[in-house]
Design a protein around this ligand. Structure first.
Ligand code: GLC
Ligand code: CA
Length: 508
């Protein structure tokens, strides 16, 4: 069966930074409506929206207080319906961000849960008694602080793998699963095409709440996960029970036409762990490739992770490649160090691999990370660089639409990126701009991969060159500062490949 996402481009909108429609300085659904033509002109097939639900915003929407409504600061349910309809009119589908691992501490379930040990929603969350007068185990949350908070009124600890304002749900309680079935139905009935599943490798925790080992005990060849704060999170993530949830969701997804798309935020380091989330083709249809995100920008490293991915995925599985997101340094900085040629090379390789290509807003303009001063940072999770955290705000600078901004008529919630040339209007008018390049690249991608799940064959790798064949295309990527030559281009023979660039040709 061919799915609509084969060969698709998924454009990732971090809504608060995309475009503001009412001058309050925060991007919103009205702004997204105004910016849809830009996304469509890129050649995107779908949009992934960062969370739109009501939230106290201690983690900018990833702390949901009502799963079946729209945050008033972002717009209305009617506007979201309009986004879905207007996107469809431009040939694009809309995915929402679903946050099943935890709720806000202001969600009605948690407010009830902490009223009493026998409260109706008590067992929706993970509660535990103290151990030796302290927390139940050594688990650390995403900020490096203890993952347990004491609830004095009811005399137990509750678990939070993120902030204390984000209590983890207890997926061992079948009622939690039923709630999420209903939540997903609510949105699918409104025309949502699928979900990006937040913390998809979370959900279940070790039933015995065993202590996590330290990184000092890492298996040979294993690397510490970024942000792991010295701990291997083997008992609070990647539990086998989570696969039952995804088999259930997939079976329900398959009841809809077209099938609801389930895309996991699978924060794992090894392609073999990633592959587990595809199950036997009966779990998630897509799982973000973090092993590639964490790879060095080199021919050998890219070739290695890509080969390992194809070797690990079950037959017929569709990979998804993305170089940037709202939690990590943008590829423009992380891989390219601000160099436009390297950015173009990175996008070329990712966009011409078979599968889905995830493009983070602003990467089409060549945005790199901002360096937002501490006093202007807004992300409570990384604020102040606590426990060595990197400020995620740097990857969330508002998009520039015109040379003087065009993001908002008011004060932007985060400062715009420092380079005014990285704006839509100027680059639209310039055939040599990163934007024009991206449009051409995505048109080429569509010609090669549109509607298809092409095969992958590594042709060559050395210190400088990584070459692969896919469908009708051969991609020769030069990851070096020296020109190289590539032989065997049909009848034309040897061709030069400029430093930090790729040669792409089609074979019949
Ligand atoms: C995911 C999101 C991130 C959020 C976290 C907790 O990693 O991408 O932004 O802080 O989950 O929900
Ligand atoms: Ca706004």
């Amino acid at each position: 069966m061919a799915f609509w996402w084969y060969g698709a481009v998924l454009y990732h909108v971090y809504l608060r930074s995309f475009r503001d429609s009412n001058g309050d300085g925060y991007g919103d659904l009205g702004g997204l409506l105004a910016g849809l033509d830009h996304i469509a002109a890129l050649g995107a097939d779908a949009i992934w929206l960062s969370p739109v639900n009501p939230s106290p915003d201690t983690d900018w929407g990833y702390d949901v207080s009502d799963y079946c409504a729209v945050h008033p600061e972002l717009g209305t349910l009617a506007q979201l319906d309009e986004v879905i309809a207007e996107a469809a009119a431009r040939g694009m589908r809309v995915l929402l961000d679903l946050v099943p691992n935890h709720t806000s501490d202001q969600h009605a379930w948690f407010l009830d849960a902490r009223t009493a040990r026998d409260a109706v929603h008590r067992d929706y969350y993970v509660w535990a008694d103290p151990k030796n007068g302290g927390p139940p185990n050594n688990w650390l949350d995403d900020t490096g602080e203890p993952a347990w908070d004491w609830d004095g009124a009811t005399g137990q600890y509750y678990l939070h793998n993120f902030l204390p304002t984000q209590p983890d749900l207890n997926w061992r309680n079948p009622q939690v699963g039923r709630e999420f079935d209903a939540i997903m139905d609510f949105w699918c009935d409104r025309g949502v095409a699928g979900f990006r599943i937040d913390v998809a490798n979370g959900l279940f925790k070790d039933a015995a709440l065993r202590d996590n080992p330290s990184n000092a005990e890492l298996l040979p060849g294993h690397l510490p996960v970024p942000g792991s704060h010295g701990q291997q999170h083997i008992y609070n993530y990647n539990q086998p029970e989570v696969h039952g949830v995804y088999r259930h969701w997939r079976a329900r997804a398959a009841e809809r036409t077209p099938q609801t798309l389930l895309l996991g935020e699978t924060w794992v380091l090894h392609p073999s762990q990633l592959a587990e989330y595809y199950g036997d083709g009966d779990e998630l249809q897509l799982a973000f490739n973090f092993p590639l995100i964490f790879a060095c920008f080199s021919a050998r490293e890219f070739a290695r992770v890509i080969a390992e991915t194809f070797a690990a995925l079950p037959p017929g599985a569709c990979p998804i490649w993305a170089g940037s997101n709202h939690d990590l340094p943008r590829l423009g900085t992380r891989w390219a160090g601000g160099d436009q040629a390297k950015m173009r090379l990175a996008h070329t390789v990712l966009a011409l691999l078979p599968g889905v290509y995830g493009l983070y807003y602003g990467d089409e303009l060549g945005m790199a990370d901002s360096d937002i001063p501490a006093e202007l940072q807004r992300d409570p999770l990384t604020l102040g660089g606590k426990n060595g955290q990197w400020p995620r705000d740097n990857a969330r600078s508002p998009m520039r639409w015109t040379p003087d901004g065009g993001f908002t008529t008011g004060e932007p919630w985060l400062p715009l990126g420092p380079d005014p040339s990285l704006n839509v209007a100027s680059q639209d008018a310039d055939p040599d701009s990163m934007l024009s390049f991206t449009r051409d690249l995505l048109a080429l991608r569509r010609a090669i991969h549109g509607g298809q799940l092409n095969g992958y064959e590594q042709l060559h790798v050395d210190d400088a060159v990584f070459a692969f064949a896919t469908g009708p295309a051969v991609v020769v990527a030069n990851f070096s500062g020296e020109e190289v030559s590539w032989a065997g281009v049909g009848e034309t023979g040897t061709k030069p490949v400029a430093p930090w660039s790729a040669l792409v040709y089609l074979v019949d």
